[in-house]
Design a protein around this ligand. Structure first.
Ligand code: ZN
Length: 374
């Protein structure tokens, strides 16, 4: 028997042992990853179903009832999802008008917009400028009907002094949600999701009647720079900004700098931005890249972002792939997209999503009342 033959079984055992060892090592080095789908609705303007109250006829190109179907579908595709609204929900059509007028008759009724939205398990939302159109009392009473929290960080109570240290927020500026998510190893992970809200300061000018001497709106970027480190200190693993402001600052705004989504995207520590107000789509389907703005992956200055059009015509989605580096969750990659509720073929509008019957049912009474009220 050759020497080699004698030691062969030992070599084999050694190889098996080394293999076993290296595969255990490999298992140890596989850090858990989390795929998180963040969804957005924005600028619904009380369009809970697709209906033109002016022309008195159904419409397929807008309405939350169809967006709701897209939300339910998108949830089936991924185990970890979050849903947010970015404002301008209460005002915009005869349904919103009816809700305002009937509020004096039935002050304890839940606003029809929330009767619908409450069925979708939103994680949080922020207010838009139109939320202020019917005054502060109506706004506060209406928001009580939402079964999800509202945040806004840059509206403050006007205390009539220039000292900022004693300024008080009008809303809860941010919230940190504990969310149980499933990681790539099939294990449960608790992610602390910080959510902060912002509004365009032009709101104070457009609804002067309700803001003058009562409320002030501060610079978006400066407010974010103040709160984001506080949220990090409080343990937020990721921070999602809900911004009711467009890519660019509103024209006519005295202070342009710091009051756009583009500026907000430069703030360190913000993981993703969901925005609205300007009724546009981000990313746009041409996928072009311009200064700091990438329509292919949907990032602004490297920050994942999405804007879902208006009246529920699109669902906004950001898919985040998070990995742990030195015990901290960081974004490895992201992809933003906007999903339409209808498509146009040969000038014909064809629905992609059906109206969710639960949503239609939830608002039908208010819808009929709104029609009779016109
Ligand atoms: Zn708006």
């Amino acid at each position: 028997m050759s020497k080699l033959k004698k030691i062969a079984p030992f070599i084999l055992i050694l190889v098996i042992m080394l293999n076993a060892l290296s595969s255990t090592n490999a298992q140890n080095v596989i850090e858990p990853a989390i795929r998180l789908r963040i969804m957005e609705t924005t600028d619904l303007h009380a369009n809970m179903i697709g209906f033109d109250y002016e022309k008195n006829k159904p419409k397929i190109e807008y309405g939350f009832a169809r967006t709701a179907s897209l939300i339910k579908e998108a949830r089936k595709e991924e185990p970890n999802t979050l849903l947010f609204d970015v404002g301008d929900v209460l005002v915009g059509n005869a349904l919103g008008e009816y809700a305002y007028l009937s509020h004096y008759l039935n002050p304890h009724d839940i606003h029809p917009v929330f009767k619908a939205m409450n069925l979708l398990n939103y994680d949080a939302a922020t207010v838009g400028n139109h939320e202020f159109n019917y005054g502060l009392d109506f706004l506060q009473v209406s928001l009580q009907g939402a079964n999800f929290p509202y945040v806004n960080a840059n509206i403050y109570i006007d205390d009539h002094n220039d000292f900022e240290g004693d300024d008080l927020n009008y809303f809860n500026p941010y919230i940190i949600l504990d969310r149980q998510l499933t990681d790539s190893n099939g294990k449960k992970q608790t992610l602390k999701v910080g959510v902060i809200g912002f509004i365009t300061p032009i709101t104070a000018e457009w609804d002067k009647e309700y803001f003058q001497d009562k409320l002030i709106v501060k610079n978006i970027k400066k407010t974010a720079e103040h709160f984001v480190p506080i949220m990090k200190d409080k343990g937020a693993d990721i921070i999602i900004a809900l911004a009711h402001v467009g890519m660019e600052a509103d024209k006519g705004l005295k202070e342009q700098k710091g009051n756009s989504v583009f500026d907000l995207s430069e703030v360190e520590g913000i993981t993703a931005i969901l925005y609205g107000h300007s009724h546009a789509l981000f990313p746009s389907d041409d996928g072009h890249i311009e200064k700091g703005i990438d329509h292919k992956t949907g990032t602004i200055n490297g920050t994942p972002a999405v804007q879902a059009g208006f009246w529920g015509n699109h669902l906004g989605i950001i898919d985040l792939d998070l990995i742990q580096v030195d015990g901290k969750w960081v974004v490895k990659s992201s992809q933003s997209s906007v999903r339409p509720i209808f498509q146009t073929i040969n000038n014909n509008k064809i629905p992609i999503a059906n109206e969710d019957p639960d949503i239609v049912k939830a608002i039908m009474y208010s819808h009929i009342e709104a029609l009779m009220n016109k």
